[in-house]
Design a protein around this ligand. Sequence first.
Ligand code: SF4
Length: 357
Amino acid sequence: MAQVLGFPRTGRAQAAKKGLIKTKLSPFFTALDGGDIQCELCPRRCRVAKGKRGLCRVRENREGRYYSLVYGNPCAVHLDPIEKKPLFHVLPSSGSFSLATAGCNLQCKFCQNWEISQASPEDVFSYDVSPEGMVKLAQETKARSIAYTYVEPTIFYEYMSDIAELARRAGLLNICHSNGYINPGPLKQLCKWMDAANIDLKGFSESFYQEVCGGELAPVLETLKTLKREKVHLEITNLMIPTKNDDMAVLKEMCLWMKKELGADTPIHFSRFYPLYKLRTLPPTPVSTLEKARDVALSAGLEYVYVGNIPGNQAENTFCPKCKKIVIQRTGFMVGEVHLKGGKCSFCGRPISGIWA
Ligand code: SF4
């Protein structure tokens, strides 16, 4: 079964297919007795019997060796504004060539991309694009970066890492939007190529992670600290879900942790939840909740606090922490006036953290 799909702004099309296209041996597994393996890529450390797959659905034990089933097989390829990641402190208004394969290592009940994140590779239409081909496509669109996004990129790690190395050599930035659910070893290797990351800090309690996401909080916090140490530009997204993670006392604790461990200049995006997937009975996040969260974060000492999914809100702009003037004006994903000179506020000269050129 095939379906012809176009690559964005390249004038090229390819027959996207259902079914497994290619596989690649994973470097991240330990062989166990009896042909079982243990995956070492993410904190789940799935133990997988011969012929079976890990929880992310895209890694399979074949005769005691573990294979990625999505190498070179993206099911989503789009040219997005970098603001959509969201990364507000990296090359404003530039294009980011964005890709994903099927699969994910969490099972969030509010997932916005569940059709591909909770799917097996056989369930979706996929392209056949080598890492070299992906960098070439990105260059044809004049994108300034390649984004690994839409699902958890850890699950297509080998593909991401090979593209990222080539992209770096071609002068493109590498950016990701991730849930941060990855083991320290693979993460440190990836940091060699990664320029910027937006990590979902989905809540600040183990119970929220266990009940709503099917994971754990502690490994995500370790990932954040590692990214900071490895000097990868970091922004954080917190999707606020009514009654699930909107307790302002917990939120304050989270912001204070961020300030202490990651620095006051780490941008945070409080994003509006819309009823989706398994949480359809909850209402959208009230705007007042997001604005309250912003006040809490600013009072905790964070310098760049945004509100997302509410186009036209004042808190989409970047304000200089010193003179309080707008240095980057935004409406939705559109960038208006930019008042930065050499990475500094052009009104008062205060450095604004980010990658600006
Ligand atoms: S990457 Fe997939 S197979 Fe490996 S431990 Fe995580 S969920 Fe399991």
